[in-house]
Each structure stands twice: as C-alpha cells, then as structure tokens.
Design a protein around this ligand. Sequence first.
Ligand code: SF4
Length: 303
Amino acid sequence: METSADVKKVIGLLKGKKKLIAMLAPSFVVDFKYPDTIILLKQMGFDKVSELTFGARIINKYYHEIIKKNPDTMFISTACPVVAMMVKSQYPQYAGNLMPVVSPMAATARILDKNYPNHDIVFIAPCPAKKEEAKIYGKLIDAVITYKELKQLIEYAQENKMIKPKKVKSHLFDRFYADYTKIYPISGGLSKTLHKRDILKENEVIVLEGPAEMQKLFSSKIPKHIRFLDVLFCKGGCIGGPGVNSQEPIEARRAKVLSYLELAKHEKMGKRRGMIKDTEGVEFNTPKKYIGNKCFTECERDF
Ligand code: SF4
C-alpha cells in the first residue's frame, strides 16, 4: 500500500516523543464515522482530537464586528485558499475586499497552540490546498493530510499494529469544538452561522460556489447594495473537495453534515466547547488600517 510523504510525516510524528493534536475539519463525516474516528485517532496515538468548528465560531465574531464597523464596504468572505488566491490574481480590483480575518484552520491552530504549547498539530482536511495555506503560518501546523491520506494512514496503522485497543476516556472531542458551525464546509454555511440579522439584510448577501459563478459576478458590475459574498471553490463547498474519498452525490454528503449537526445539538459540550477567555491574546484579524480598499497583499492571509 502506498503512503504519501505527508502520511509518512504523520507516522513519524506518531512514533516521536511529542504529544499530538489531530485537528479535524467538520466535513470529515462525509468520509468517516462520528464518534468512531475520534476513538480511532486516539488509539492510534493522538493525545487530543479537536475540531475547526471552534475557530469558525470565534472568527464569526470578528466578521460580525468588522461588518458592523464598515457599513459601506462589500466584503468577500471565504475559508478557501483557492478563492482568496483567485480573487487576488484574477480579480485584483476586489483584492481589498477580502475579509482580513484568518481562516478557521489558522484560528483553531492558534488557539490550540496557545493552550497546548507543547503539542504538535496535525490538520486533517478535505483539501490539498490547505497544505499550501498552512505553510504561511510557519511552524504553527506541523502536518496537513487530506481525508484520502487519512484513509492511507488508517490502513498503515492497521497493518503495522499501531492501533492500540486501549480504553479511550471519552468518545467526544477534546477542547475545542462547537456545534452550529459544523455547517461551515457546506456552501453558504459561513453566512448562515454568522448571526447576521442585525448587521446584514438577506438581499445584501450572495453565496457563490465555484469559478464559473465567481467569474459571472466579478466580471459584471456588482450591485451597490451587495455587502457580503460567501464564496467557496468546490461544488457544494468543502464537502466536494479534492481530498475527499466519497463518490456519493453532493446532496448525500450535505445530508451527512446536517445530521452530524443535529446530533451535536443534543450533546453536552460543557467545558470542552472552549471559552472566549481561551482565545485571549490570540491574533485573528489583520490591523484595522487594512480593512476596506487597502491592498490585501499586506494582510496576513497572503498566499
Ligand atoms: S475543499 Fe474546495 S472549497 Fe474547500 S478549501 Fe479546498 S478548494 Fe476550497
């Protein structure tokens, strides 16, 4: 069985001395079972398993503040590095409209790094583009593997007896995670979770999915009343990402994320959810002077 260079890197980290955190994107349920995957990752040697949903919840708060303070600016929001890169390279006239807030991946990794400074972080993603995005944060994220690669890692661990049948204390996520932001990887999930009623009207928001829709909008004159674009590159959002194993139709994948959300609503999160005070001192947005029509190349999400 073949294993990629990044899977080999994670195997090395698992065999090493440092404790490891697996940081899962909520789209993992498209390919893997919840909560079985959490138990499996722990039996494989991960010390903690967290979810990007907490970082998404925190950056929503920043989005909210920025939109409120800039009522005359149209913002392009995305958790997708490909969209950010495309706007900058193909539609540079809108580069200054990109929301200057880090992605849920970077936000969650920074929160984890602050709270668990002696752990290494492995991000498990639906998308190889996240590997490139992770590079801009230097040593913050130690490895990124896709769901296709997680399948390789599990197969390797099974063949090489790396899965210890130890009793896992809890089948639930460790700090940090959230419930309602589990729909972030679905097209339109970001704007749905923004609690935007007091800052945006329904007709001020446009959800875009894919390069054709982006081209259609950006090549025409965007109506003046539009204030918020919620954009993802893949069909259906990250659930349609190139690092996903599933061949199921997008609707079936979407249904899996929605039932995961329903399940989470009834789980007791307690302190595992994470608190705002856990994020104190963590940087999520770029300086205020870059908001608006200033050049995005000076912003932190510059890739
Ligand atoms: S999976 Fe698709 S939409 Fe999600 S980050 Fe990757 S390229 Fe963007």
